[in-house]
Design a protein around this ligand. Structure first.
Ligand code: AKG
Length: 293
């Protein structure tokens, strides 16, 4: 008698794969084990205070803070974002290369991808600012945004009150929508009226859980008004063979009604932080690592 093979609990079910296609996201619970979560949090602290050499890592602080006036220990609680840390921390790099994660992404998108961007989003207690509604593909000049996937991994419990991810299921199916920069270059957001905020869902997560989301899904995180920390790492991958284009190619997806460019990849020197130079990211091959411990 033939017996159907048992479902491998570490993989997605058919229903979860269908959910990703329909809703634009899926949650993988317990992607990182507790020891790995601790190692990632420790790495962020060590990078902030200088115990871990920061050769490539870049730090961005919550706006309006006099960083020079803070002690080394206080500095960690003023950081909003870390970027480009994978070559500085084994633990943070291993999270990006999680074997289970890449087995799941193979199920969703087919085999073969590279890591091209990493960041840690750490909303400090009480002062952690919001990330306005946006589509991540507005930041990447890829010709086919469906070949880009974001993975957001909670390191602390992420709840509505400390700024968990909120997204609009199915919004990825509507294609690119126009974005504008507000008074800070990092706050590039979807123009009013284009987000169905009433349909949003807040995805609450435990440390080690991962949210996998489509490059075109509309998403947002609220300010952290609680006393809890809210640390998370976020990695972006593109499938091998994805084609990076020019700003003109990007305009095809992100434009205003008059056809002018409405993506987030053009510098605005008049805004704080506006001298950022657009780069395509640094593609690195995946070397699978067990992250279950
Ligand atoms: O974690 C956050 O606060 C926002 C993450 C996000 O949506 C992004 O950086 O694109």
């Amino acid at each position: 008698m033939d017996v159907a093979p048992a479902h491998d609990q570490s993989l997605l079910t058919g229903g979860e794969i269908a959910q990703y296609r329909r809703d634009g996201y899926v949650v993988v619970r317990g992607l990182l084990g507790p020891d790995h979560v601790e190692a990632c949090k420790q790495a962020l602290t060590d990078l902030a205070v200088g115990r871990l050499p920061s050769n490539e890592t870049k730090l961005m602080f919550e706006s309006g803070i006099d960083v020079a006036g803070l002690s080394v220990e206080q500095r960690e609680y003023a950081i909003r974002k870390y970027m480009d840390f994978c070559e500085d921390s084994q633990a943070l790099k291993a999270a990006a290369f999680s074997r289970r994660l890449h087995m799941v992404l193979d199920q969703l998108l087919g085999q073969g991808r590279v890591l091209f961007q990493e960041m840690a989003l750490v909303k400090p207690p009480r002062i952690g600012s919001e990330k306005p509604w946006h589509q991540d593909a507005s930041y990447f000049r890829v010709k086919d945004p469906g070949l880009v996937v974001g993975v957001w991994i909670a390191l602390d419990e992420a709840l509505k009150m400390n700024g968990c991810m909120e997204l609009v299921p199915g919004s990825h199916l509507g294609g690119g929508v126009p974005h504008v920069h507000e008074n800070d270059f990092n706050l590039c957001q979807i123009i009013p009226g284009k987000v169905q905020k009433d349909a949003r869902v807040a995805v609450e997560m435990q440390p080690g859980d991962a949210l996998i989301f489509h490059g075109l899904i509309h998403h947002f995180t609220a300010p952290n008004t609680s006393n809890m920390r809210r640390r998370a790492v976020q990695y972006h991958y593109h499938q091998i063979g994805a084609v990076w284009g020019t700003v003109e190619d990007h305009r095809e997806h992100f434009h205003f009604d008059d056809g002018s460019y409405a993506g987030c990849t053009v510098a605005h020197p008049e805004l704080p932080g506006g001298n950022y130079a657009y780069r395509n990211g640094l593609p690195r091959e995946i070397a699978p690592v067990d992250t279950s411990a």
